[in-house]
Design a protein around this ligand. Sequence first.
Ligand code: TXA
Ligand code: MG
Length: 333
Amino acid sequence: MSTSKAETRVAAAGEGIQAAATLLAGGGLVAIPTETVYGLGADALDPAACLKIFEAKDRPLSDPLIVHIPGIDWLDRLAVVPGTARRLAEHFWPGPLTLVLPRREIVPDLVTAGQETVAIRMSSHPVFQAVLKAFGKPVAAPSANRFGRISPTCAADVFAELGGRIPLILDGGPCAHGIESTIVLVRDEGFHILRNGPVTVEELMPFGPVCGAVPGISAPGGLPSHYAPRTPMRIGPPVEQASRLLFTQQAGNRDGRPTPPSIGLLSWNSPGEGFDKVEHLTRNQDLREAGVNLYGAMRRLDQAGLDGIVAEPVPENGLGAAIMERLRKASAR
Ligand code: TXA
Ligand code: MG
């Protein structure tokens, strides 16, 4: 085991797998890396264990959990699976796609927040897979952050969010995608994307019609404000003067005179001249690289003690749709 602080142990992934499975079997929590972001796992079929997830995250019980399955055989045990959903699972799993399907009795109400559907995915991360293999049952796992905050993409970020609240974090290094899975509600008429993610609209289209929002079904994350830094953030052009004006009311007064606000830039394609701190999502306008860096860059800007953060918009094609969705939620107040 590498490090230990407060009651939370951070273990090198290889060494911690058996400990993680033992914790899960005992109804405990463990933070586990996935290819998208780190998840906070518990035995998905044990409501008492799942309740601990909500407590550790300060998450409202109205927000349902994603169930991660050890193998495709679990799909039919947990949900009613139409042919189109099975084709998506066979093509994209293991990988960053979550399917929302009619649930079966076996799934606890706490996991689905009392809804008639359950969200299911199969992670491709070798550490997550190894834990599931050792545990042998599905694991419910939301992102391992406190509710409404930025999802963690490395073990240190999990520690910053949940250190002292959970017994074990498995360190599997940085996540390959850096943004949460695409969530698709499968209906007779086609697929409804409830959350954009690494599997893009363009990739889903060959499998059936991709429809708009469904009335009455709230988008994941529910609230408009989510994935949010504590520092006020706005989407806008990477222009220093205009950005300072935008955050003027956030700055304090010195000697009776207003002090100019300190501002940071989350840059897509701008050098960010004049800004007090700049984080570059990518050096060559690569959406995949931008996705990987997004949450870490947001976290560093948030920790810099700025009065405001301006996020430069990214092109909204492909993975850009998922990144813009996060930027909009992070800047909603
Ligand atoms: O990539 C991911 O999906 C990560 C990793 C850990 O797997 N998990 C994740 O979980 O992002 P979470 O809980 O942070 O976000 C999942 C979202 C929640 O906002 C929840 O509202 C939604 O999925 N969700 C879960 N079950 C649902 C259901 N039956 N119908 C609609 N939305 C659902
Ligand atoms: Mg989350």
